[in-house]
Ligand binder design. Structure first.
Ligand SMILES: Cc1cc2nc3c(=O)[nH]c(=O)nc-3n(C[C@H](O)[C@H](O)[C@H](O)COP(=O)(O)OP(=O)(O)OC[C@H]3O[C@@H](n4cnc5c(N)ncnc54)[C@H](O)[C@@H]3O)c2cc1C
Ligand code: SF4
Ligand code: SF4
Length: 414
């Protein structure tokens, strides 16, 4: 075998892909990591804190970025996707397409291009809760630490303004899509998940009130690098909420939406109650739940949050959320007593589930999927993390290590 046939391709630079890539590279294999976004870290980078220890995700991510920087066997392509895979275990031919960033490696992240452009775009890092200039750093701690010019301003005066403003000749308006062709021996697919689209929940007036948000948006509201600098404020008027509701299984375990349990959104809401209670001790939280599922040895975390008198648990199914006259009214049935109720809250968080990215963006190879779109490993192509099954970060790490080992066994054993 050639060295190329011993190389391993990892697709997806979230916590799963990062772990798999580093495990394989540090075991001595050439690894190519392909990430669709302009930065590594995936959705974990967008969390405020993460359970079970409630530390900021950047503690762990920064260690991984340091390991990447010091490993010459690991090549990273951001803004890139795999468009074709041919061949089989030990000899895959892979085509990668890389979108233009319009900013080259001379960028020092000085921010002058950003100050020069006039157009604004919705900030994808804040799940649309803020706007940023169309020349932007994806976020303050991003890897690679380099600006991006949004394609929407290419060909406009704004793009010329960005180029003229750059003191380092780093804006490259001639940048174009690149094709990269590789031979690799094995593939780890770790393309992760997407939050379920809340606009599909017809009984919940999602688009009608800025104070009806999703759990991923709530992470950004609490994050110090988020739209409010970490202050939990109602998007409608910038005031702190007096009562916050968490609506569990919003679209999950429902055959019209996501029929499965995402396993993390109960813990995410419990965690988000701790954000509220620490920052706004007079604010009450109510969790409307079908069952509380505290997976992966997190039962003690549930017990801790339950001990707080400021967090109420109502076993129920919320049938409707109405946005009327600036208020959010929940209608539901208490499934413990059978009573119907209505309740008003200032801020309502939908605990939406995790949809595998492989459901809508399939792997360009002959791979099978389960009924929900989670991909299934096959010889030479190993699926890891949340595009294999819903799971939290710790399980992603274990899954990634397993997939890296399977990939290594594929390339050494031939
Ligand atoms: C509200 C909420 C809070 C949470 N809080 C916690 C918590 O506190 N603790 C915890 O342990 N877990 C938490 N989780 C779960 C955690 O977010 C996931 O376990 C984690 O994001 C999974 O990592 P991943 O790498 O599998 O996927 P992702 O984070 O989705 O990363 C996948 C990466 O692949 C990239 N990608 C996608 N498609 C392609 C493609 N075709 N080609 C190239 N790249 C691609 C994406 O851009 C992304 O960077 C939470 C989840 C939710 C919903
Ligand atoms: S592209 Fe140029 S102006 Fe923009 S941040 Fe980078 S170095 Fe500064
Ligand atoms: S983890 Fe909780 S909120 Fe999420 S789908 Fe499962 S039961 Fe519902």
């Amino acid at each position: 075998m050639t060295d190329q046939n011993k190389a391993i391709l990892v697709v997806g630079g979230g916590i799963t892909g990062l772990t798999a890539a580093l495990e394989a590279a540090e075991s001595g294999y050439e690894v190519v990591l392909v990430e669709r976004a302009p930065y590594l870290g995936g959705r974990v980078a967008q969390l405020h804190h993460y359970f079970p220890k409630l530390c900021p995700p950047y503690c762990g991510l920064e260690i991984n970025f340091r390991r990447i920087r010091s490993n010459p066997r690991l090549t990273v392509y951001t803004m890139a996707e795999v468009t074709a895979i041919d061949g089989g275990p030990g000899d895959f031919s892979v085509t990668i397409k890389q979108r233009p960033r319009y900013v080259n490696e001379k960028c020092t992240a000085c921010g002058k291009c950003s100050e020069a452009v006039e157009a604004k775009i919705k900030n994808p890092f804040d799940y649309g809760l803020s706007e940023i200039p169309a020349a932007y750093l994806p976020h303050e701690l991003c890897y690679p630490y380099r600006y991006v010019i949004d394609p929407s301003i290419i060909g406009t005066e704004d793009a010329n303004r960005a180029k003229e403003a750059c003191p380092y000749d780093a804006v490259d308006l001639e940048d174009s899509e690149k094709e990269i062709n590789l031979t690799v021996g094995a593939i780890v697919w770790a393309a992760g998940w997407t939050p379920y689209d809340p606009t599909k929940l017809e009984n919940y007036d999602f688009a009608k009130s800025p104070d009806l948000i999703t759990n991923v948006q709530f992470e950004r509201l609490a994050a110090v690098n988020g739209p409010t600098g970490g202050k939990i404020l109602k998007p409608s008027d910038g005031q702190p909420p007096k009562s916050v509701a968490f609506v569990q299984c919003a679209g999950s375990r429902d055959e019209n939406h996501l029929p499965f349990c995402s396993t993390v959104c109960c813990l995410a809401s419990l965690k988000q109650c701790t954000y509220v209670r620490e920052q706004l001790p007079d604010t009450e939280c109510t969790i409307y739940f079908i069952d509380i599922r505290a997976m992966s040895r997190n039962e003690d975390f549930y017990t801790r949050v339950k001990a707080d008198e400021g967090v109420k648990f109502v076993k129920s199914k919320i049938a409707r959320i109405e946005a009327t006259g600036g208020k959010l009214v929940l209608e539901g049935e208490n499934t413990a007593t059978g009573e119907k109720f209505t309740a008003e809250h200032d801020l309502v968080v939908l605990a939406t589930g995790m949809q595998p990215n492989t459901a809508e963006n399939q792997i360009p190879a002959n791979v099978s999927y389960d009924e929900y779109g989670f991909a299934i490993s096959q010889p030479g192509i190993y699926i890891a993390g949340t595009c294999r099954s819903p799971m939290e970060v710790q399980s992603c790490g274990q899954d990634a290590t397993k997939a890296a080992l399977e990939a290594i066994q594929t390339v050494v054993g031939r």
